[in-house]
Design a protein around this ligand. Structure first.
Ligand code: DNO
Length: 398
């Protein structure tokens, strides 16, 4: 496994020199200032590569793009679809010219990862991110006031959400709306209540089956090019892995992945296996998913969650990397088996890039103002633990 680290660009308070000390060897980043649908130009890509190389004393290299965002126009097949597909293809071509081969994306409608609390206090004094279903329902029912929301929750949950909403100050309500509308980490795309309502409207005519068709159509348009360019696309799962705001989410389970990966049967169309996202459903067995989808896994996000219940949907918080309900040792053992198979087959991508995903905020992370989920020490601790497990299993973390 290659140890990588997400870096949000020059404004990231975690510096490249910190990344080196953490022991990572590759950088995961994006042109975060670009909006979904923009073309990524050669110059900007080269500049980011230079920043990484010089900032790390020539030791680190940009090895995974996370994310090249898929626009709402592509997800909904809206008016300028062809122009957006052309832009995506142009960006992929520029990335390939720059020698970057692994490109992560997601197909979540409107909202990317969604949390209700970015700083939930943990017993040890640090903080973690949390998704609370009743708080989320309070947002949907009483802040966004989505007309169909009352049909989407059981009565008892609506009662809890109403009480939760009543107990919130105006500042709490604003903070909740901001957390939910934050969009992709580090991105310039975020939602206000009005733009969010407008973005939901096209989904009145898009159910899960249609969204899957749109995803397959998208891949059919870009995968032939990705194959020619030698790129590996890898779809990140829905986070959390269940429907939100009445929007279909179709990359939440093994069956969802099987559907897409079978429909577009190419090594260029693969999976980002995120144990944190998938682990928020009790019916997802992450180690089994590594065994099932192994050859198509191009990128790994390793983190852990603890769920409040085994129901879908449910509330959960982001636990330490080796705590929580995902058996990380079993996941890593399955990844090492897959890598051994790839080596036997002579595959050049035998070392799968992984990153310690999200960390709790501990020690000097507290108050450091880093991106939610991306503090220095919490992730360093996660990476060190994962590296320890890999070594214990007789594997190698490069
Ligand atoms: C959260 C991230 C996700 C991920 C995108 C990939 O911290 O794991 O936002 O970057 O979903 O497209």
């Amino acid at each position: 496994m290659q140890q990588t680290w997400r870096w949000f660009g020059p404004q990231d308070r975690v510096r490249l020199s910190d990344v080196r000390q953490a022991g990572a060897t590759g950088i995961v980043t994006a042109l975060h200032h670009r909006r979904a649908g923009d073309v990524w130009g050669d110059d900007e890509i080269a500049q980011r590569q230079r920043e990484i190389l010089t900032g790390s004393g020539g030791t680190l290299k940009w090895c995974v793009v996370e994310s090249l965002p898929v626009s709402e126009t592509i997800k909904t097949q809206g008016a300028d679809l062809q122009a957006h597909l052309d832009a995506y293809r142009a960006s992929l071509t520029a990335l390939a010219r720059a020698g970057i081969e692994t490109v992560c994306y997601n197909f979540m409608p409107v909202l990317d990862w969604t949390r209700t609390d970015l700083n939930a206090r943990m017993g040890h004094g640090g903080t973690a991110m949390r998704f609370d279903l009743a708080t989320f329902a309070a947002f949907d029912l009483f802040i966004l006031a989505r007309p169909a929301a009352p049909d989407d929750y059981p009565d008892a949950l609506i009662d809890t959400a109403r009480a939760r909403f009543a107990a919130m100050s105006d500042a709490d309500r604003d903070a909740l709306a901001r957390n939910i509308g934050a969009g992709l980490p580090g991105s310039v795309d975020h939602w206000t209540l009005d733009t969010l309502r407008a973005a939901l409207a096209p989904y009145d005519r898009i159910d899960a089956a249609q969204l899957r068709r749109n995803h397959v159509d998208f891949l059919s348009e870009i995968v032939p090019l990705a194959e020619r360019l030698g790129l590996r696309l890898c779809c990140h799962p829905d986070d959390p892995p269940f429907d939100l705001l009445g929007l279909p989410r179709t990359m939440s389970t093994a069956a969802d992945y099987a559907h897409i990966l079978d429909a577009v049967d190419s090594p260029a169309a693969g999976m980002t296996l995120c144990t944190g996202s998938l682990g928020a459903r009790a019916d997802n067995d992450c180690a089994q998913m590594v065994r099932d989808f192994g050859p198509r896994i191009h990128f790994l996000h390793l983190r852990n969650v603890t769920r409040d219940s085994d129901t879908v949907p449910c509330s959960f918080f982001e636990d330490e990397h080796l705590s929580g309900q995902t058996d990380m040792v079993a996941v890593l053992a399955a990844v090492l088996d897959e890598e051994a198979r790839r080596r036997e087959q002579g595959r050049l991508d035998a070392d799968i890039p992984m990153r310690p995903d999200h960390g709790q905020e501990i020690l000097s992370d507290l108050g450091a103002g880093t991106q939610p989920g991306y503090p220095a020490v919490g992730r360093l601790k996660g990476l060190a633990e994962l590296r320890g497990v890999i070594a214990g299993l007789g594997g190698q973390a490069t």
